[in-house]
Write a protein that binds this ligand. Structure first.
Ligand SMILES: [Mn+2]
Length: 424
């Protein structure tokens, strides 16, 4: 299914008067409104290929209907999202769940929807059919060099798939860890991981980045070999200038100050990418901004401040991706909500009066500092985010139009109601 330009225009025309009232009202008090809209138009958030099907929990999975059964249909789904919001112009593939059989065909299909290929993701957290060595006790950190070699080769294969598609980054997340004291020698596990990553790094093209993702716990509960940003930064620093830390919002212990982590990684020039989701406890995979929207804003506040301080382009300086796979909502609606929450938080961070904040910090005026941040957070910028969409030819109300066009029903007609997204 493709959404036609006329369908979006008709929808926007119906909402035009109401939108104009809201936009004029909020614009009146914001002098930099044009610059904010311009930055919002540039900003794109990659959609991972595994987020298009209904996720499960360890207790089971309740499949949705009309889910994409192959890579072409996943690209079609991201194309639908991008048509509705013009902010989801990239797709992040997971190998081996989504191996492109014909890279040129896949590339041209993606570009027909205006999509590019973001970071490619390797998978050494589960065994694949026909695989010689098992990852039950880890991959890049494994005590057996034969297992490490197999995992390194897989990552090299993933880089090669990425090159064929025009990707520019490899994301490595490892499930390696231990669940019982004594199971691992921590130093050996770290050294083995480093040596394996060095072999992978050696195969990176010149203009590529390697993102080292960390996670505090799960699937292991005593130690994770890359468990926090310190361990990731240590690896990225030892690897070299193409290696960076990747921050996934759900991969921290409860109440971790993620905005501070982001700030220091940016200071060190070692923040490479970002995985958005929200959580009450840990890796809950909930819609971005659904539980802690103020935290999302505070993170964006540090991102904008830190990127500006180091001269990074907001849209291209870091890799932006959603990493969530929800088990209750229609995955496409969930992604539209996530992208919208991210754009609102970004817009609010752009609104922060940085000169006044600096002054308040210098004067130890903490009341003022809090007011400045909360003024931005409490300003309703939805009409500005909608205006950016309107100017890009997207829908004023993406979820509204998704429902008006009965997109899911259409997909069920096309694909059947007994579908299971591949890879999950
Ligand atoms: Mn992630």
């Amino acid at each position: 299914m493709r959404i036609e330009k006329e369908q979006i225009e008709q929808h926007n025309n119906r909402l035009a008067a109401k939108h104009k009232r809201a936009f004029d009202y909020i614009s009146e008090d914001i002098s930099e409104v044009e610059s904010i809209i311009n930055k919002l138009q540039q900003f794109q958030i990659a959609i991972p290929s595994w987020a298009l099907g209904t996720g499960g929990t360890r207790f089971g999975r309740f499949s949705g209907k009309g889910e994409p059964g192959n890579l072409e249909q996943k690209i079609e789904d991201v194309g639908l999202l991008h048509a509705l919001n013009r902010s989801s112009g990239a797709i992040s593939l997971h190998i081996p769940w989504d191996i492109p059989q014909n890279a040129e065909q896949i590339k041209s299909l993606a570009s027909s929807y205006g999509l590019q290929f973001d970071a490619v993701n390797s998978n050494t957290f589960q065994d694949q059919e026909g695989q010689e060595h098992s990852y039950k006790f880890g991959s890049l950190h494994h005590v057996d060099p034969k297992v490490r070699k197999q995992a390194v080769q897989h990552n090299i294969d993933v880089i090669n798939h990425g090159i064929a598609l025009g990707s520019k980054a490899l994301t490595v997340w490892l499930a390696d860890g231990s669940s019982f004291p004594g199971q691992l020698n921590f130093r050996e596990a770290f050294q083995n991981t480093l040596e394996s990553l060095k072999e992978i790094y050696a195969h990176l093209p010149e203009d590529w980045k390697l993102f080292v993702e960390y996670k505090a716990f799960e699937p292991h509960f005593y130690s994770m070999t890359i468990g926090d940003w310190g361990q990731s930064l240590l690896l990225a620093t030892k690897l070299g200038s193409k290696a960076y830390t990747l921050v996934d919002l759900g991969h921290h212990l409860p109440n971790a100050n993620i905005e501070q982590i982001v700030s220091l990684l940016l200071m060190e020039g070692k923040l490479g990418g970002f995985h958005f989701n929200d959580s009450k406890y840990a890796d809950d995979d909930l819609t971005a901004g659904s539980i802690k929207p103020y935290q999302l804003f505070l993170i964006f506040n540090e991102l904008v401040e830190g990127m500006d301080a180091s001269g990074l382009d907001h849209a291209t300086g870091l890799g932006w991706m959603i990493d969530a796979s929800h088990n209750l909502k229609d995955p496409l609606v969930d992604l539209l909500q996530s992208v919208d929450a991210i754009m609102i938080a970004y817009a609010q961070a752009l609104l922060v009066d940085r000169v006044a904040l600096k002054e308040a910090q210098r004067d130890n005026d903490i009341v003022k500092a809090q007011q400045i941040l909360q003024d931005a957070f409490r300003t309703d910028l939805r009409a500005i985010v909608a205006e950016a969409r309107l100017r890009d030819g997207a829908a004023l109300d993406p979820i509204g139009l998704y429902n008006e066009l009965s997109v899911r029903e259409e997909l069920i007609k096309e694909r059947g109601d007994n579908t299971v997204a591949t890879g999950l």
